[in-house]
Every structure is written in structure tokens, then in C-alpha cells.
Design a protein around this ligand. Structure first.
Ligand code: SF4
Length: 327
């Protein structure tokens, strides 16, 4: 068991599904696409991308008439209560259902449990199915509905354009995948998981985290089997919820202050919450604290699960299975 006071380091590349038009594929109805991964730079290579386009897999071709949901949401389409129609009113419901199923099969073959979706699409949209300014349409879209039912960790592609929002999604996604896969077989292991994740949970929802802390303190060993699934489900649900700039800035300062005090070291250019700066600068500071924490084997509670390419890690001589960063 690794030291609880260190971050968890994942070394397997994470497969992520993505709406193909968000990866630059010219597959929209008008033969256009957007490269929404451009801002990730080299970090893009830390993941295995699995692009899919339900409308293309429906066999609708490019260019094509735009489609829309008629008489209900994407959920209703799957229940046979609503239809998908093109601009001329032609029914394409059955084709869309087949296209969505084919895309889901591809995501499963790729082992993707995360999906970056194009919001505002009647197919891939999750919270909007139209791009018209204040109108949400009939969410979710047909494929968005399937992604929700399958429990995907869903990231809106537009949030990849902000370094701070992406930082927030990435750390929650890594914690989500780690916890999803982790076998928890005893109360002690459950307490250890909580120790690792509680700081992030406190940042996301302090009242919920305090209540969970009180519940855990009152539990008996015999409560483990009944409580573990509830604990896991609630933490996973919380990890889907975005944080805010103010919360992330406060959290950075709180953890950095603790790091300075406990390790007697400082990190240049990490600022207090009162210091006014833009979101790009805040994201840089968070990344710096994250890197420092990994190099110094310190648990930065705001980002407790980290991905590092195996090639950037080398075995620490004589230290069992622990890993050390290459300098
Ligand atoms: S169906 Fe999805 S991937 Fe295909 S063009 Fe529309 S939003 Fe993009």
C-alpha cells in the first residue's frame, strides 16, 4: 500500500471518447468541424482519443440536412415517444438509433468511460440540443441520452477552451476513474480512500463532506458492506460536479500554505486568493503546485490522483514498489 500522504499516480493512458467534430473532423451537417483539443497542446498525448459521430454512423453522410428532435427529448426517442427529423421533416429516427448504438459499441471496445461532448447538438448534446442563444432545446440529445444512461463521465468540449476549467475536469476525472476501479474490501480501506479524497470533496461541497465525515466517524466495522456502495456512489456523483474559480483559488492557497509549513519550502509564483489574476495564471499556479507535490511526494489534496507517463517515472532504488520522478 502506498503512503497515504502521497498522491496516487496512474500510469496507464486514459481512453476518452469525443464527438468527432470537436476533434477537428469535418463531419457536421455543413462539413465543418472544430479542433477543440488544440488548447491542450502536448497534454493531448496523455490520453487515447476515441472519436465517434453518431450522425455519420447513422449513414446520413456529409454534407446533410441538419436534424432535430421532434415531440420530446433524446430520452423519449429511446422510449419510442419522440422522433428525429431532418429539415424537410423526413424521419431519421431509426437510422439515428443505429448510429448511436454503433458509436457506443466503439466506445466500449476502446474502454472509454469518459466522453467529451459537443453541447448544443440534437445528437451529442447533453444539457442543450440547440445552439440558439438562450434556448436549451430538448436535452439530452439522442446520443447524449445513451451516454447518461451508461454512466459516462461527461465533459463539455467548450470547457477544454479554458485552462482552469480543463484542470478542474481533469483532476475530477482522474479521481473518478481511480475510485471507480478501486476494490474497497474493509472499513480501513474505505477510511484510506476518504483520507485521499476528502479535501477535494470538501472543496466541491463542504456541507456534504462534513456530513460524510461525521457518518464515517460513527460507523461500526459491521456497517461496511451496506455502507461501501453508498459511499462510492455518492463520492463518484460529487466528482462529476465542477468547482468554481473562487473555490479552486482558496483551495490552492490552503494546500500551499500547509505545504510551506510542513515541508519548510516555498514555490515561486503561487499567490494568495486576494491577489487579482486571470484564470490562465491560476491554472498555471495549480499545475505548478501539482508538479511540486508529485516531485516532493506530497498529497496536494485538491488534485489527489495524477497521471504520469510511465517513461517519466523511474523506480526508486531500494524502495519497493514506490516511484520517483525523473529530474
Ligand atoms: S453527431 Fe455529434 S460528432 Fe457528429 S457532427 Fe453532430 S455533434 Fe459532431
Amino acid at each position: 500500500m502506498m503512503n497515504l500522504h502521497q498522491p496516487v499516480i496512474l500510469t496507464d493512458k486514459i481512453p476518452i471518447g469525443i464527438s468527432l467534430c470537436c476533434m477537428g473532423g469535418p463531419v457536421r451537417y455543413n462539413a465543418k468541424g472544430f479542433d477543440m483539443l488544440a488548447n491542450l497542446g502536448r497534454e493531448k498525448l496523455d490520453f487515447v482519443w476515441c472519436p465517434v459521430c453518431p450522425e455519420c454512423m447513422a449513414g446520413m453522410g456529409i454534407p446533410r440536412d441538419p436534424v432535430h428532435l421532434s415531440n420530446g427529448t433524446g430520452d423519449d426517442v429511446w422510449e419510442g415517444k419522440a422522433e428525429v427529423k431532418d429539415r424537410h421533416g423526413r424521419l431519421v429516427t431509426q437510422k439515428m438509433i443505429e448510429g448511436c448504438k454503433a458509436c457506443m459499441e466503439a466506445l466500449k471496445r476502446c474502454n472509454a468511460r469518459v466522453f467529451v461532448y459537443m453541447d448544443g447538438s440534437p445528437s451529442c448534446g447533453v444539457y442543450r440540443t440547440t445552439l440558439k442563444s438562450t434556448i436549451r432545446g430538448n436535452p439530452p440529445g439522442t446520443f447524449g441520452s445513451l451516454l447518461l444512461k451508461e454512466g459516462y463521465f461527461l465533459i463539455p468540449a467548450s470547457d477544454l477552451q479554458s485552462p482552469l476549467k480543463w484542470w478542474d475536469w481533469r483532476r475530477r476525472m482522474l479521481a473518478f476513474l481511480w475510485l471507480s476501479d478501486l476494490p474497497i474490501t474493509s472499513m480501513q480501506e474505505l477510511y484510506d480512500v476518504w483520507y485521499r479524497l476528502k479535501f477535494l470533496c470538501q472543496e466541491l461541497d463542504n456541507s456534504w463532506a462534513r456530513e460524510m465525515g461525521r457518518t464515517l466517524a460513527a460507523l461500526q466495522k459491521t456497517d461496511f458492506s451496506a455502507f461501501e456502495p453508498k459511499f462510492r456512489a455518492e463520492v463518484l456523483e460529487l466528482l462529476r460536479r465542477p468547482s468554481t474559480t473562487a473555490k479552486m483559488t482558496n483551495s490552492l492557497w490552503k494546500h500551499y500554505s500547509h505545504y510551506r509549513k510542513s515541508r519548510g519550502k516555498s514555490v515561486e509564483e503561487i499567490n494568495s486568493p486576494d491577489f487579482r489574476r486571470g484564470v490562465t495564471k491560476i491554472a498555471e499556479e495549480l499545475l505548478k503546485m501539482e508538479r511540486t507535490a508529485v516531485e516532493d511526494e506530497y498529497l496536494f489534496g485538491a488534485s489527489p490522483v495524477i497521471y504520469r507517463d510511465q517513461r517519466r517515472l523511474k523506480p526508486k532504488i531500494g524502495a519497493g514498489d514506490e516511484l520517483e520522478m525523473e529530474t
